[in-house]
Write a protein that binds this ligand. Structure first.
Ligand SMILES: NC(=O)c1ccc[n+]([C@@H]2O[C@H](COP(=O)([O-])OP(=O)(O)OC[C@H]3O[C@@H](n4cnc5c(N)ncnc54)[C@H](OP(=O)(O)O)[C@@H]3O)[C@@H](O)[C@H]2O)c1
Length: 391
């Protein structure tokens, strides 16, 4: 039987402090036997890499099985429904409350998802003493105001992407959460998928050598309706904030913040960016080629190019369940983590794990990085002269 070697990222010391305790261990296995025979080498990861990965793990709801966490959802739109469906896959989560601007919408949502507390205002929702954490699911332009409302009421918050309309709003929200010592996280759900854990581990292990470039696109074809959220400048419509934030966030996760950027956008009839092309340069000259569109369907793939191979995140890469690892001299490896549920439970589980551990932010989507991403989005818009009416 063949001897196998495997390198694992493990937390050596403290489950709650992965940023400082990650160690790479090269283990030797025999055949299918998963008990390691030998530790071949251990190596402390440089902090820059360690901060980007967690130990490999098989995601399981059992990870969050301690005590039930009671959610309140703010807003009753499409993503609120998706998230509510995702929560149903977490046995230790309870969707306790829904808040809407209208009693009718709160009631309809409550009926669909059997939510007992139905509030006819966002204020009433955040004041609900039985709710442990609020998920903000309103249009981009409302994120800042709604998150501030929930934090001011003493509630931890998971806020939909893009975190806010601009970096100035993001700073205000983060400052309040930190001042009140409350948990806060941008709902960049892509980062919470098990396959993304695997990707971060592969990157940290230098499985494809030094990563020098990546490409990522997110374009989809929306029907044009002048009054729809996507085409409404006042609501922060357009490709960049709606879908462009995903590739920008991926580049940030792999390379850190950009040092330079060039970009072009095509603005549509309502003034929003309908097609966007971006090249980011990073600290060591790494390049990210990104695109986003709301009137064009794109392949929705992401590819990381390293000095000894490449990793392709299969479409749609922003809901990642499969990747192909291509390395010099070996057969391609396909790695999959089939989706359970609709995928929104992963970010909810991450929030619940953080709350139980007493963490004020998630190391999967840290607040300083969220802020840096908002600054990148602002800088890109500045290149196109694109401002929202509220700015
Ligand atoms: N993570 C993801 O995969 C994903 C996917 C889609 C969208 N999103 C994000 O989620 C957010 C919401 O998107 P969505 O597609 O769910 O939007 P949507 O269907 O339009 O729903 C937004 C909800 O927000 C509330 N709302 C508050 N103020 C509003 C206003 N001025 N205009 C319209 N609605 C208002 C409404 O609920 P009430 O009437 O009950 O108050 C409405 O149902 C966006 O920021 C988007 O970027 C994320």
């Amino acid at each position: 039987m063949a001897w196998l070697r495997e390198r694992l990222a493990v937390e050596a010391k403290n489950q709650l402090k992965p940023l400082v305790s990650l160690t790479m261990i090269e283990l030797e296995f025999k055949g299918e036997d998963r008990e390691p025979l030998n530790v071949l080498r251990t190596e402390k990861l440089p902090p820059a890499l360690a901060s980007r990965i967690r130990p490999e793990f098989e995601w399981s709801p059992a990870l969050t099985m301690n005590n039930t966490i009671r959610w309140g959802i703010l807003g009753t739109g499409k993503i609120a429904r998706q998230f509510a469906a995702g929560l149903q896959h977490l046995p230790d989560a309870r969707l306790l409350a829904i808040g809407s601007r209208t009693a009718a919408a709160a009631h309809a949502f409550g009926e669909q998802f059997a939510v007992p507390h139905r509030h006819a205002s966002y204020d009433a929702l955040v004041q609900d003493a039985d709710v442990d954490v609020i998920y903000v699911a309103t249009p981009h332009g409302c994120h800042g105001e709604n998150t501030l409302l929930a934090l001011a009421a003493g509630k931890p918050v998971l806020c939909e992407k893009p975190f806010t309309i601009n970096a100035r709003e993001a700073e205000q929200v983060i400052a309040l959460a930190r001042g009140k010592k409350l948990f806060l996280m941008e709902a960049m759900w892509t980062r919470c998928f098990p396959l993304m854990e695997k990707l971060r581990a592969l990157v940290a292990m230098r499985a494809i050598g030094e990563i020098r470039m990546l490409t990522a696109d997110f374009g989809f074809r929306a029907e044009y309706h002048e009054e729809a959220r996507l085409f409404d400048l006042a609501a922060g419509g357009g490709a960049l904030l709606d879908v462009g934030v995903y590739p920008v966030s991926l580049a940030s996760m792999i390379f850190g913040p950009p040092t330079q950027m060039v970009s072009q956008a095509q603005l549509g009839r309502t003034g929003v960016d309908e097609e966007v092309a971006i090249i980011l340069t990073h600290a060591h000259g790494e390049l990210a080629l990104l695109s986003a569109a709301i009137r064009l369907e794109s392949p929705q793939e992401a590819i990381l190019l390293g000095t000894t191979g490449r990793i392709r995140l299969h479409a749609p890469w922003w809901r990642p369940v499969a990747l192909t690892l291509t390395r010099e001299g070996v057969n391609d490896e396909r790695i999959t983590f089939p989706l359970t549920g609709n995928g929104y439970q992963y970010e909810a589980a991450e929030v619940m794990n953080c709350l139980r551990a007493g963490q004020l932010e998630s190391h999967l989507m840290p607040l300083d990085e969220t802020l840096a991403i908002m600054k990148t989005l602002d800088a890109l818009r500045a290149q196109w002269g694109l401002k929202y009416p509220i700015e």
